[in-house]
Design a protein around this ligand. Structure first.
Ligand code: URA
Length: 217
């Protein structure tokens, strides 16, 4: 329940209950957390969420030669890609690159035109690698959902992207509804679902502007 009415979590939306995620989220939300610490927390939460959201990445068996003997092991058997929504998704992508350094990253910048209210893509830099099987779309704040819908429209058109997971930190119910309505095949992985959006489009209680807080702007 939130102050704007009940919101039951749809089937393909996952909100981490992990104590580490919840502990770090509270620190991240705090008005008194300065940007250096905020960036660190964003990276840590992103990694923890990615760990949970990547549980079902397909693997294939292989044999490893240890210094002592041969033994069975596994390797990731699909092509994974990241799409980082500028600017706030950059920190999330950096965190994931620490554990999967070879994955291609697509940076995309989208803003909403104040008059037409239509999303406008101002930066779109896809990697050269095509045919990605599983893409993680990274944006810490799922507010109206307009940016996420547009980013995933573009992603599906270019990469054909057979499987897409959206990784965010905080969502508003409106953003979840909008995203799932446009792309019901996308799963959404979060640290929290907050109450609503205010008149300026900020998530309440949220954490403020995730870009400004990371880069101290
Ligand atoms: N983007 C942000 O950075 N914060 C919000 O609360 C909503 C959108």
């Amino acid at each position: 329940m939130n102050e704007h009415g009940p919101f039951s979590i749809p089937e393909n939306v996952y909100v981490s209950q992990h104590p580490l995620v919840q502990h770090k989220l509270a620190l991240m939300r705090s008005h008194f957390t300065e940007s250096r610490k905020f960036r660190m927390l964003l990276r840590e939460i992103s990694l923890l969420l990615f760990y949970e959201a990547s549980q079902d990445i397909p693997v294939a068996p292989l044999t490893v030669q240890t210094p002592i003997d041969r033994c069975p092991g596994f390797e990731i058997s699909v092509r994974v890609g990241l799409m980082a929504v500028l600017r706030a998704g950059i920190g999330m992508a950096e965190a994931i690159l620490d554990i999967l350094p070879a994955v291609p990253v697509w940076h995309i910048g989208i803003y909403r035109d104040h008059e037409t209210l239509e999303p406008v893509t101002y930066y779109d830099n896809p990697p050269s690698q095509e045919d990605i099987d599983l893409t993680f779309v990274l944006d810490p704040m799922l507010a109206t959902g307009g940016t996420a819908v547009e980013a995933i429209d573009i992603l599906k058109e270019y990469w054909g992207a057979s499987r897409i997971k959206f990784l965010g930190i905080i969502a508003a119910p409106q953003g979840i509804r909008t995203l799932l309505k446009a792309h019901p095949d996308v799963s959404i992985h979060l640290a929290a679902i907050d109450s609503h959006l205010n008149d300026q489009g900020y998530i309440v209680p949220g954490l403020g502007d995730a870009g400004d807080r990371q880069f101290d702007t």
